[in-house]
Design a protein around this ligand. Structure first.
Ligand code: UTP
Length: 289
């Protein structure tokens, strides 16, 4: 498979686990410290030198496109008081990837969201990054996934071992190990019960996929939760093309839940020289209560 030159980011979901915060503000723009969650995903894309991205949004999430468009008034205000650095990291992301948009007009599931990228992706292999999954240091992991896909000539999914009580929240694979941290995937099932789970290897929101998946998704019926599942499309793909798994490296946070987002923010805060002492002080006070 050729190296994926485009990334697809499905961000059209309702984000119900963050209501009421997400009634007007897209989940992907909620801040982790001072940065919107979605920028961590673009860190990975830009770091892995993927030059083009397709963001899947919905009609009522136009703030996402606004976030990535130019803001001349704000920029001239920052210039006039010498604080351009406040937007520097953001501008660097913008100048290193081209962002295109596709609208998912009905929230019919992740597989359906990915399908909305078909026209913009065309016949190229592509990466899918779910903004709910933040991997600190994730650009080197995405680079590794791209390299494994090119070397083994197949799709690659990010995998993580999860405890039994968590397994029913994920897509879960049956797989055989082929090298350290690398697996050949034989089957995949979405949100299995503990008893039906084929292993403890869950799929995390990073995928390298071939364009043939679009054809498959077009005829994939609704599955778990009544949604068109990407997992079901991949299960079909496995019948005709090799699919591999790579165990995630680096800290992984599920920022699709308030507690996961808080854990990610706390970790980054504790790594931040100026915030660290302040946070430790709060913890000290609490441990004395
Ligand atoms: P989730 O179901 O975990 O996220 O979908 P959600 O719908 O945004 O949030 P909750 O569950 O209501 O709290 C995983 C990813 O797939 C995208 C979501 O935006 C999220 O990034 N997605 C899901 C779509 O783009 N379209 C869909 O129809 C469903």
């Amino acid at each position: 498979m050729k190296r994926a030159s485009v990334a697809v980011i499905p961000a059209a979901g309702f984000g119900t686990r963050f209501l009421p915060a997400t009634k007007a503000v897209p989940k992907e723009l909620l801040p982790i410290l001072h940065r919107p969650a979605i920028e961590f995903i673009f860190d990975d894309i830009v770091g892995a030198q993927i030059p083009e991205s397709v963001l899947i949004t919905s009609e009522n999430k136009s703030a996402l496109a606004m976030h990535f468009s130019e803001a001349p008034n704000l920029e001239s205000h920052l210039q006039s008081n010498g604080s351009e650095h406040l937007l520097e990291q953001h501008q660097n992301l913008l100048s290193n990837t081209t962002i295109k948009y596709a609208i998912q007009d009905r929230q019919l599931g992740l597989g359906h969201a990915v399908l909305q990228a078909e026209q913009l992706v065309g016949d190229r292999p592509f990466a899918v990054l779910l903004p709910d999954d933040i991997l600190l240091g994730g650009s080197s992991f995405l680079t590794k996934m791209l390299a494994v896909s090119a070397q083994l000539k197949g799709s690659v999914l990010a995998l993580k071992r999860v405890p039994p009580d968590m397994i029913s929240r994920y897509g879960v694979v049956s797989a055989s190990q082929i090298a350290a941290n690398q697996y050949r995937i034989h089957g995949i099932v979405e949100k299995p019960s503990i008893h039906d789970a084929p292993s403890d290897l869950a799929v995390i929101g990073r995928y390298i996929l071939p364009p043939t998946i679009f054809h498959i998704l077009r005829s994939t019926p609704s599955g778990a939760l009544g949604e068109i599942q990407l997992t079901d499309g991949i299960a079909k793909l496995i019948e005709s093309e090799p699919v591999f798994g790579l165990i995630v490296e680096g800290d992984h946070y599920d920022v699709g839940t308030p507690q996961g987002m808080l854990a990610c923010a706390l970790t980054l805060g504790l790594e931040h020289a100026e915030m660290r002492e302040h946070l430790l002080e709060i913890f000290r006070k609490w441990s004395q209560k």
